[in-house]
Design a protein around this ligand. Structure first.
Ligand SMILES: Nc1ncnc2c1ncn2[C@@H]1O[C@H](COP(=O)(O)OP(=O)(O)OP(=O)(O)O)[C@@H](O)[C@H]1O
Length: 470
């Protein structure tokens, strides 16, 4: 018979590979500053406080909860098979989950992996979303997720990353977040408090020869599910999260493509509700891309250039797509929004720039509106880049929806595109839209390239006519 807590102190360790083995993560979570207004007051961290003892506090909580829980010889052998020689440390594999599940089992709790969204086109989202059986048999939403934020070893904790972690926690109404980067972990705790909710964060801790990261993780899970509070972090108002992104330092990605600040467009954007008081609305000033020659729609020209993102349409690998309208107008448009919060977002930003260049080419041709929705320009502001387009009625769900004349119309459209020297690069039904004038058009030029060969056209012909002659 041995003691579960002592067992964990001795065995709950991860391997410590060299940076070349696997390398640091460069993924990032998909969190938009536009989501800020959706945060409930108590979940919106306003400050960040470094707590050097945070991990230790979690380990102490775990020790208190486990007390002298005894392991039978069988249970010990079972756990040893999970923990020896080392726990598989990669969150995207199941080693950690199995080890956690076994420990919770010893505490008469069952771990259920609810959803698992693994890396998507180089951008890591939520790795795991877990549930634990609570004592009454109901399911508890487990506020723990391992996520990967862009953070290279040795880099100090940049405020921008903390802002993102705080947003992530607040939007998902979770208290704990474990950020991993190669051999290091950072633990974040959202401390809810009506007067000044804040984010407590640990210094970077190494997994080298230490079982503390795993114990802290289990401590966070058990403290929530068993409702055992962790020793509080002292509030310190020195680092104000709300003002972090203001000022001249616009972060690593800003002006990446332009190298200089552009003239302000007078355009502002928000996802705040129009019913919310002015004081709680979050507005971002927008600056046109340097090569933006396109004019805003007529309804935006009469003075008030405020853009309201009103309805979330969908998201893709480049960014989030919103329905929007200008102040005082009932004409709806589409805004394709890319977060530019950290270096890993530069890839998406580049895709938006490339897509905008395609729209510029199309807009300079007549009749441009046969191929794609009208584009009204591309802009960037604090942490975002945005493309404004005409709103279409919907997208195709499959090629089978097309009648004969639509197939011809579409084929001709792609033919025209290639004549201009552009290949779309992603001709799928989801990228074919129906306009409000009941025509078809192509959307999503984020994979488009200049093209000399027409293999895309040949493949497309096969899609449409299933290899039968025209
Ligand atoms: N002009 C538009 N009108 C209406 N809906 C649109 C428009 N543009 C995009 N959408 C919607 O938003 C979704 C995502 O847009 P889009 O495909 O441009 O984004 P993406 O990030 O480039 O996606 P992908 O991962 O396919 O490359 C589309 O599938 C469509 O439903």
């Amino acid at each position: 018979m041995s003691n579960l807590h002592n067992f964990l102190v001795e065995h709950a360790m991860f391997p410590f590979p060299q940076p070349t083995e696997g390398g640091p993560s460069t993924g990032t979570t998909d969190i938009s500053l536009f989501e800020v207004p959706k945060l409930d007051r108590e979940w919106k961290a306003k400050y960040a406080v470094r707590d050097n003892m945070l991990v230790q506090k979690l380990c102490n909580t775990l020790q208190n909860i486990l007390g002298d829980t005894i392991l039978s010889a069988d249970a010990e052998n079972q756990l040893l098979s999970r923990f020896s020689p080392r726990i598989d440390r990669i969150l995207l594999s199941t080693g950690v989950l199995k080890a956690l599940g076994d420990c919770l089992w010893e505490c008469d709790m069952k771990l259920v992996v609810k959803t698992e969204q693994v890396a998507d086109r180089g951008s890591s989202r939520i790795d795991y979303n877990l549930k634990v059986d609570d004592e009454d048999g109901g399911l508890v939403e487990l506020p723990w997720n391992g996520i990967k934020l862009t953070w290279t070893c040795g880099q100090s904790l940049v405020p921008r990353m903390l802002t993102k972690a705080a947003l992530y926690l607040g939007l998902r109404q979770m208290e704990w977040l474990f950020i991993t980067c190669h051999n290091y972990w950072i633990v974040c705790h959202l401390v809810k408090n009506d007067h000044h909710p804040f984010l407590a964060y640990s210094p970077m801790i190494s997994i080298n020869g230490s079982s503390a990261p795993f114990r802290a993780l289990l401590g966070a899970i058990l403290s929530v599910t068993k409702k055992v509070p962790v020793e509080p972090t002292k509030f310190d108002p020195n680092m104000d999260l709300d003002t972090i992104d203001e000022g001249e330092d616009q972060g690593p990605c800003s002006h990446h493509h332009t190298g200089q600040r552009k003239a302000e467009s007078g355009l502002m954007v928000t996802s705040s509700s129009q019913n919310s008081p002015e004081s709680s609305q979050v507005w971002i000033h927008l600056y046109p891309f340097l090569n933006n020659m396109l004019a805003l729609p007529q309804c935006a020209k009469s003075g008030n250039r405020r853009l309201w993102l009103t309805h979330f349409v969908g998201s893709g690998s480049t960014g989030n797509v919103w329905q929007c309208h200008f102040d005082g107008s009932i004409d709806f448009f589409i805004a394709k929004v890319v977060d530019v919060l950290c270096l890993a977002d530069t890839d998406k930003q580049q895709r938006l720039h490339d897509e905008f260049n395609i729209y510029l080419t199309l807009e300079s041709r007549q009749p441009h509106d046969c191929i794609a929705p009208h584009c009204y320009g591309a802009f960037e502001g604090n942490g975002v880049a945005i493309l404004i387009l005409d709103l279409c009625d919907g997208i195709l769900n499959g090629w089978g929806e097309l009648n004969d004349s639509e197939r011809l119309q579409l084929y001709k459209m792609v033919w025209d595109l290639h004549r201009i020297g552009i290949s779309h690069g992603d001709l799928e039904p989801r990228n074919i839209a129906r306009t409000r004038e009941h025509r078809l058009c192509l959307i999503d030029f984020s994979e488009s390239k200049g093209s000399k060969i027409c293999s895309e056209l040949q493949t497309f012909q096969k899609f449409l006519w299933k290899q039968q002659p025209l």
